[in-house]
Ligand binder design. Sequence first.
Ligand code: NAD
Length: 353
Amino acid sequence: MFSSKAFDGHEGVTFFSDAASGLRGIIAIHSTTLGPAAGGCRAWTYDSDEAALQDVLRLSRGMSYKNAVAGLPMGGGKAVIIREPGKPVTAAQFEAFGRVVNQLAGRYVTAEDVGVSVADMACVARNTRYVSGLAQDGAAAGGDPSPKTAYGVFCGIRAAVQARLAIRELRGLRVAVQGLGSVGRHLCERLHEAGAELVVADINTAACEDARVKFQARVVAPEEILFQDVDVLSPCALGGILNAQSIPRIRAPIIAGGANNQLATPEDGQALHDRHILYAPDYVINAGGIICAASEYLKSATEDQVWQRVARIEQTLTGIFLESTATDTPTNLIADALAHERMHAGRMTAASH
Ligand code: NAD
């Protein structure tokens, strides 16, 4: 465990179960150097407990990097609830999860991720105050983080097309969106409004039909979406999709999407760089949701200010793309270096107090 790549010096991992509700899951706290470990809770059916552990560790570590690069005073953590096949997670299970979060006394702050809604977070909030992503209250920041995540991805696509294709206009841009869930759907809406042409895929056929009607999107089979002849590939489903098998077949010159952990390994970032495919590092481009959730939790911004903060993802990515070109270094490594720098500065500040 301690020497595994995914563990990467995690401060703590909590395995929990609740006999009364049947809840089982894991909370991983990667780092609290910059503040309480913030990251969403994913409800998912895993093939094995080991797969759940690997997922939560990779996601949690990613949150430390994401929060550091977004300039948030938060560390990185994540939770997974292991969902029984074919069964929903019950309100009693989310309440029990809230009790576990509460026992961590603020070292971990939860929110939504895949398979978890604002209504589910309201159940969690019955037993803990270390929670965000609750229904919006007046002009304060809050609510479902996914529209903000999608807006950040939209801004990131603008930065990428400017850097790689030297265009600012999204009208006529061909974008392939993988996954039409909370993030993918909101992203399609913005891209459609901006005049982009969409190709989409989801394992949920109703979501595809909806996108076909609303956004005049062309629907392709899930196994074909990564390999479309488009300007931008936007992965908005699950992770690990950029790997040794898929990368040689990708035709888009830009990859810019909301999914977490898109690269199967860091070396896949080099493979994309070698193929001259511009990759927007996932945890930089998809930080909109956590910017919103953190602002809500810290009560540090109004809703309007949150949208402005999310828009800054465009500048952050532009800086990463410029440095990547100037130093001939893959974008994922530039982003990692920026995150390390901020976490190191945080450790130095903590040590001097
Ligand atoms: P979601 O569960 O609402 O949507 C995921 C969608 O992907 C679903 O419609 C699902 O059917 C589809 N899907 C699953 N496997 C697929 C496949 N093989 N091919 C095509 N489609 C497939 O989740 P979401 O909240 O939209 O999150 C999407 C991704 O973005 C995840 O990786 C998540 O971790 C990441 N993310 C989400 C947020 C947020 O604010 N929700 C923030 C940051 C990152």
